[in-house]
Write a protein that binds this ligand. Structure first.
Ligand SMILES: [Zn+2]
Length: 126
């Protein structure tokens, strides 16, 4: 008997992980939206107008970055789930090669192989 995880085992395991992760990230975005609205109103009530404006901008900017990151991640989760339905899970979106099972195990939402992920990341930060 081979103790190694088969691809269909991995698929089943990652499907569950992605479903849980999707719910978690969606909830986090909602909480973030609700809290940033609340903080915004609260700050205005407590502080002088100038200070509150500066801090508001900081909070909004910080939350915006965090929210963007979460939204991107959620998009990736959804893509990975869609790929599962189309039986294309584990195939790199960019080059069409198989993504290594180890990479999928570590990151169920991976839609690029390691090589392409590095390239895409470089492009995004450049
Ligand atoms: Zn690739």
């Amino acid at each position: 008997m081979n103790m190694k995880l088969t691809f269909s085992d991995l698929l089943k395991r990652n499907k569950k992980k992605l479903e849980t992760e999707k719910v978690r990230v969606e909830k986090e975005i909602k909480t973030l939206d609700a809290s940033s609205k609340f903080e915004h109103v609260n700050k205005r009530l407590q502080e002088s107008e100038y200070e509150s404006k500066v801090e508001d901008i900081e909070i909004v900017e910080h939350n915006k970055g965090f929210r963007e990151m979460l939204t991107n991640y959620l998009g990736q989760i959804k893509k990975a789930m869609r790929n599962m339905k189309r039986h294309k899970y584990g195939v790199c979106e960019r080059c069409g090669k198989r993504i290594s099972p180890d990479r999928l195990k570590a990151d169920p939402a991976a839609i690029y192989c390691l090589e392409c992920a590095t390239l895409v990341e470089k492009n995004e930060t450049a």
